[in-house]
Design a protein around this ligand. Structure first.
Ligand SMILES: CC(C)(COP(=O)(O)OP(=O)(O)OC[C@H]1O[C@@H](n2cnc3c(N)ncnc32)[C@H](O)[C@@H]1OP(=O)(O)O)[C@@H](O)C(=O)NCCC(=O)NCCS
Length: 178
């Protein structure tokens, strides 16, 4: 567990959090969320493997879910050891207070502790560059869905690891349960 100065308490995702997270995603992203690439990748997970994701984190203000960040183990070109970050969401009533940043930091810390060597996401470089994410070279990584290539970002957790990850992104069912 991890407590920030602004009273956000960040905990590992529990199975009971899944329904409220889905509600939060529906509230923030609406029905179009199912077309998002992170969802397309997660569609490849077996139901059992989505029950709890080791590196996913939930942020609480007292007993209210204020934020969540989902981390999905993936293979890239068949190679394991990478995670897909997303969706990251802060509940509208808690937006604008900087809660996204400790959520991403908690997820990246969890990924390092889990031994992951790369974290990939689809998002705004302007936001994620503060965590070290860089735009991936277009020819290196392919996602299972349409994507704006300038939004495909990665951060190496192990120096030089991106050289090991080239090809199509898929859910890594072998590493999704715990
Ligand atoms: C993106 C999100 C998680 C950020 O949450 P937050 O911490 O509450 O955001 P804040 O409004 O406090 O912004 C924190 C900082 O990030 C910046 N920021 C926020 N969204 C940004 C974006 N899309 N691009 C660039 N900068 C952004 C803010 O300007 C602010 O900068 P500052 O520290 O220099 O003042 C939140 O806005 C959200 O849930 N958005 C909807 C879902 C979404 O788009 N998720 C990300 C893609 S999966």
């Amino acid at each position: 567990m991890y407590v920030t100065a602004s009273t956000l308490t960040i905990c590992p995702l529990q199975t009971r959090d899944i329904a409220p997270i889905q509600k939060l995603h529906s509230q923030v992203f609406g029905p179009g969320r199912f077309a998002r690439t992170a969802y397309r990748v997660r569609e490849g997970l077996t139901p059992a493997s989505t029950s709890a994701d080791t590196c996913s984190r939930v942020g609480w203000i007292d007993a209210t879910m204020a934020a969540s960040v989902t981390m999905t183990p993936i293979t890239i070109g068949g190679a394991s050891g990478a995670l897909l970050l997303g969706p990251l969401v802060v509940a509208p009533k808690f937006a604008g207070q900087g809660f996204g940043e400790p959520m991403v930091n908690a997820a990246l810390d969890a990924a390092k502790q889990a031994g992951a060597s790369l974290v990939l996401l689809v998002g705004d470089h302007a936001y994620y560059k503060r965590f070290g994410f860089e735009i991936v070279r277009a020819e290196h990584i392919t996602l299972p869905g349409p994507v704006n290539l300038s939004r495909v970002l990665a951060v190496e957790l192990t120096t030089g690891s991106s050289a090991n990850f080239k090809g199509l992104v898929s859910a890594d069912n072998a590493r999704s349960t715990h």
